[in-house]
Write a protein that binds this ligand. Structure first.
Ligand code: UD1
Ligand code: PEP
Length: 456
């Protein structure tokens, strides 16, 4: 039916000469398009309903780090002997569930217990092609290419997903794997990676043009189960990179310098299962610090590693500040939207520069709907803060994980009751955010609505 509709206008033009209709076409007008839905998809939309302004008090427990849990789960694929990897502090996040389904699609056996315990038995995995749908949902799904090609000499990967905050290419992964002697080709939209000699990867030197977290982690995993020594320069220095190295070393790898810009990995053919506890989430901790500051409250924080840590307190008269996001040890891009929300409630103008991701300003429009005075130019923004009463209620939409967090924070400072749609983005990286905020005194609840989407 659609091809007839497309052909019809051009036929009108040809018809002026000597119309010769192909047999498959006729001059009979097509039947009117049926508006009757043929397929209906039922899904749940998650909204957060927040009444503000809130005042917080009490203690919050920070969960394990998403960006540590995801690569450590991927790295468990390197462990081919000596029992399973017993991982503690793994947060209950939808990204973790997706990563677990990726490992299961490869044949890993996984037990998820209460309290953040996940046991991964990757000894008998029987596939080198993880579920494309799951890999396409999260950025870290792609990281399994490192363990797979390192251990089996082969991997077939769909392209990764993750927060839509820029183009997020994978060129550094590809060039890095090539430096370890892999052959990388794209066929039918998938990346086919194999060790050139048909056996395993061979260590090599690789300089990252940019200190990419994911590329550094992926290459560290691949090099841990390669032959020979690998040297990575201009490597990412994030604490999560160092945490991954701690896991790999506990599993038998030899890695020096992780957490600095030069990482030296001496490949070992086999890694073994181990017990490991991941670090708490510094981005979640930072988000709760902003929660305290934006509501001019005082809270304390603890985690599975440190029972009581810093008290976060804030006076009522906060002055604006400037910041620029950069790779570690610079200001983390994953806290930029939350701190932008805080700036909207400070006094004076603050300049925000986003240097890590070229598309991480999508929260600006939503913060503006809440009354924030923000002007953007490319990847910079000026926020004119106007004290705590600057924000008021409006329905807004979370477009990605940290954008969602910034809207929750801004809404807690704002007057009135409204909803934030798209809470599923927040669930990717925060464990029960609304429950934790509610326990601290925020007036916040989740509403699930059944949505029917009709396809014709
Ligand atoms: C699962 C995980 O750990 N996610 C984190 C990780 O993402 P991720 O590992 O994707 O972030 P990267 O450090 O790789 O990305 C930083 C910059 O490098 C660019 N780039 C990256 C790879 C590449 O091959 N080519 C390239 O140009 C990206 O487009 C981006 O502009 O680090 C980011 C930066 O701290 C965080 O925001 C993410 O929360
Ligand atoms: C960008 C983020 O995550 P990811 O890299 O998993 O998309 C984030 O955690 O803010």
């Amino acid at each position: 039916m659609s091809s007839m509709l497309l052909v019809a206008p051009s036929f009108t033009l040809c018809n002026l000469q000597n119309p010769k209709l192909p047999k498959s076409l006729s001059k009979t007008p097509p039947p009117p398009l049926s508006l009757k839905p043929q397929t209906t998809l039922q899904t749940l939309s998650h909204n957060l309903i927040i009444s503000g302004p809130s005042h917080l008090s009490g203690h919050v427990r920070i969960s394990g780090s998403k960006n540590s849990a995801l690569p450590v789960l991927a790295a468990a694929l390197c462990c081919s002997e000596g029992g399973p990897s017993i991982l503690r502090g793994i947060p209950d996040l939808s990204d973790v569930t997706t990563m677990i389904s990726i490992l299961q699609s490869l044949g890993a056996r996984i037990d998820v217990e209460d309290g953040g315990l996940v046991v991964v038995d990757a000894e008998g995995i029987g596939s080198v092609e993880p579920c494309s749908d799951s890999v396409g949902r999260i950025r870290a799904g792609f990281f399994v290419v490192g363990p797979l090609v390192g251990r089996f000499g082969e991997a077939v990967m769909a392209l990764p997903g993750g927060c839509e905050i820029g183009s997020r290419p994978i060129d550094l992964f590809v060039r890095g794997l090539r430096a370890l002697s892999a052959v990388v080709e794209v066929r039918h939209g998938k990346l086919h990676v194999c060790a050139a000699n048909g056996k395993g990867l061979i260590g090599g030197r690789f300089h990252l043009d940019y200190p990419s977290v994911g590329a550094t982690e992926t290459l560290m995993m691949a090099a841990s189960v390669a032959n020979g020594v690998t040297v990575l320069t201009n490597a990412a220095q994030e604490p999560e990179v160092a945490d991954l190295a701690r896991f790999l070393v506990a599993s038998g790898a030899s890695i020096e310098g992780a957490g600095t810009s030069t990482v030296i990995i001496s490949g070992r053919k086999k890694l073994h299962g181990t017990e490991f506890t991941i670090i708490p989430g510094r981005i979640e901790a930072g988000t709760f610090m902003v929660a305290a500051a934006i509501t001019r409250s005082c809270i304390s924080m603890g985690s599975h590693l440190l029972e009581v840590s810093a008290i976060s307190a804030a006076g009522s008269n906060l002055q604006a500040f400037d910041f620029k996001t950069c790779p570690y040890p610079g200001f983390p891009t994953d806290l930029q939207p939350q701190f932008m929300a805080l700036l909207a409630t400070c006094n004076g103008a603050g300049i925000v520069e986003e240097s890590v991701f070229e598309g991480r300003m999508r929260h600006v429009g939503e913060l503006q709907k809440l009354g924030a005075k923000i002007e953007t130019s490319g990847n910079s923004a000026v926020v004119w803060g106007n004290g705590q009463s600057a924000l008021s209620g409006s329905h807004v939409v979370a477009t990605d994980l940290r954008a969602g967090a910034s809207l929750v924070l801004a809404r807690m400072a704002a007057q009135g009751t409204t909803e934030i749609a798209g809470a599923a983005h927040i669930d990717r990286g925060y464990e029960k955010l609304e429950v934790k905020l509610h326990l601290l005194g925020a007036n916040i609840r989740r509403e699930q609505q059944a949505l029917s989407i009709a396809f014709k």
